[in-house]
Design a protein around this ligand. Structure first.
Ligand code: PGA
Length: 261
């Protein structure tokens, strides 16, 4: 796992966007795994800017989102369909037919999840999976105790996640407790993973993910087993890392040919 520490969320998101752009430029038909939540917002803003100013071309890309709330229609303002359209898709040139997000209104959850996995496989698998991390260690919506080999399926959110995500819903509105999410096994099959984490409130869980034991109690710790996982954090989210100075040194010493800045 490569850990990169940047000054703030702006600098970390810009670097993350440069990594995504380098993957797309190398392979214009890249399959991107996409995330929602507050974490990737600045990264998406940068990608939109690269598209508008530098012509970063998404026309041959295919995308698969990590998750969606059960019961929300695509036009519900708190749905992840809506989030992705507002914050990325309507500003870039990825064709709608190449965009995939789990259908929270499916009548047959197991079949839909199986088909989602099949579509991912038929697309050649995810080249780069973008991830955030929940304060309870989830990636996607794989809450603690999720099987480390899990596939796309229905999950029940923890109280912690419901509280953390309440700000994405109108006050008084009932939040769905169920979600469809790629599994940890699904995420682990991506050729590379890019996880971003910002702010003091993520410092504890970032340290557990990077330096703690691999355990389903911290689902993101499975990434220690991934062959190509990059974690970009801001200073605030890095404070609990024991080997912080080593990670800084590794990044400073990175050979030129490995850099994407
Ligand atoms: P956040 O959520 O980006 O809103 O902090 C992260 C996550 O739940 O994966």
């Amino acid at each position: 796992m490569e850990v990169i520490i940047k000054q703030d969320a702006e600098a970390a998101s810009l670097l993350g966007a440069k990594l995504v752009a380098s993957v797309i430029r190398k392979n214009p038909s890249s399959v991107l795994g996409l995330a929602t939540g507050s974490t990737p917002l600045k990264l998406y803003k940068n990608l939109i800017e690269f598209h508008k100013k530098e012509g970063l071309d998404f026309s041959s890309c295919t995308t698969f989102n990590l998750d969606e709330y059960v019961g929300l229609s695509p036009d519900h303002p708190s749905s992840y369909h809506y989030f992705m359209n507002e914050n990325l898709f309507r500003h870039i040139n990825v064709p709608q037919k190449q965009v995939h997000i789990p259908d929270g209104q499916t009548q047959d959850v197991p079949l839909h999840c199986l088909e989602y996995e099949t579509k991912m496989r038929q697309a050649g698998g995810v080249d780069l999976q973008i991830l955030g991390i929940g304060t309870d260690g989830h990636i996607g919506f794989n809450e603690p105790s999720s099987s480390l080999s899990s596939r796309t399926r229905i999950k029940t959110l923890t109280e912690k996640t419901l509280t953390d995500n309440a700000s994405f819903f109108k006050s008084g509105e009932t939040m769905p407790h169920h979600v469809l999410t790629m599994g940890i096994g699904t995420i682990m099959e991506a050729k590379s993973c890019l996880l971003l984490a910002f702010g003091e409130k993520k410092a504890d869980i970032v340290a557990q993910m990077v330096e703690g034991p691999i355990t389903s109690m911290v689902p993101a710790s499975a990434l220690q087993w991934h062959r190509s996982a990059t974690v970009i954090v801001d200073e605030a989210a890095s404070t609990k890392l024991k080997r912080l100075e080593y990670y800084r040194w590794v990044y400073q010493s990175k050979p030129e040919w490995q850099r994407f800045e």
